[in-house]
Design a protein around this ligand. Structure first.
Ligand code: NAG
Length: 243
């Protein structure tokens, strides 16, 4: 399965080489306006997207919460550290309220929309709300081989089509986010499906994947308990090796 997920393409190579699998959580400057403020107490889609990382539910994502979140999604120590450094370093500053007391590396979820970058899909609007038409457009425009599924080259093409002139930072952010999304979400046929991407946008994908990983990890730690369960494929060799 891992080999399947590592299937390479020009842009998956970018993040692999950089060792920085940043998620949609990442940022950069650009277009966001203060018009049409979100009603107080309303949770935006972008806030839901990042909520997985706020493990103590205090509205703030610390460096170590980002790190632990990436680890729980299956990333290694090095890429999780690099991701937390880039993401919290960048979004910590951008989302910081004037009255903030936490570390500069703390991300304030209430202001997460301030981290939205350029050359993005526009699926999150300037306030972080979900825009259905923009989401559908990704697939109507770019899913050419299999309906509602993106091949690696099609993701690449989409990223290029969203790139604004000279917005290298936004483009890099978008490339890394989609690379991470693809690597985590690719199906057995090598495609990124629309419902998977939808679940990444609302964040449910992360918690589901983390629970899946936890089950596998627990089975590896307790191979005898696992062996009693018939019909589970794949982990047998690994747990034997670990004992
Ligand atoms: C997120 O989207 C997925 C896929 O459409 C859906 O199954 C799930 O119920 C949604 N979850 C939330 C919390 O909105």
């Amino acid at each position: 399965m891992e080999a399947q997920r590592r299937r390479s393409s020009p842009w998956t190579a970018i993040s692999a080489a950089a060792g920085v699998p940043l998620l949609l959580l990442l940022s950069a400057t650009s277009i966001w306006s203060q018009t049409a403020a979100v009603a107080a107490g309303e949770t935006t889609e972008l806030q839901k997207h990042v909520a997985f990382f706020d493990s103590d539910h205090n509205g703030i994502i610390s460096f170590s919460e980002t790190y632990e979140g990436f680890r729980a999604l299956g990333f290694g120590i090095i890429s999780s550290t690099l991701s937390a450094t880039f993401i919290n370093g960048d979004l910590g500053l951008k989302t910081r309220p004037e009255t903030a007391t936490e570390s500069l590396f703390s991300i304030y979820i209430e202001n997460i929309h301030k981290g939205i970058h350029g050359s993005a899909t526009g699926v999150y609007d300037s306030e972080g709300r979900f825009v259905q038409e923009k989401f559908d457009e990704i697939f109507t425009k770019h899913a050419k081989t299999v309906p509602d599924s993106l091949a690696p080259g099609e993701v690449d093409e989409m990223i290029r089509s969203n790139k604004q002139p000279e917005d290298y930072k936004g483009w890099l952010g978008a490339s890394m986010e989609w690379s991470a999304t693809f690597n985590l979400g690719v199906d057995k046929d090598g495609f990124l499906r629309k419902d998977t991407v939808r679940a990444v946008y609302n964040g449910s994908f992360f918690s589901n994947l983390a629970s899946e990983k936890k089950v596998i990890y627990t089975r590896q730690k307790r191979p005898h308990a696992r062996e009693r369960q018939e019909g589970i494929e794949g982990e047998c060799q690994q747990s034997t090796r670990l004992t």
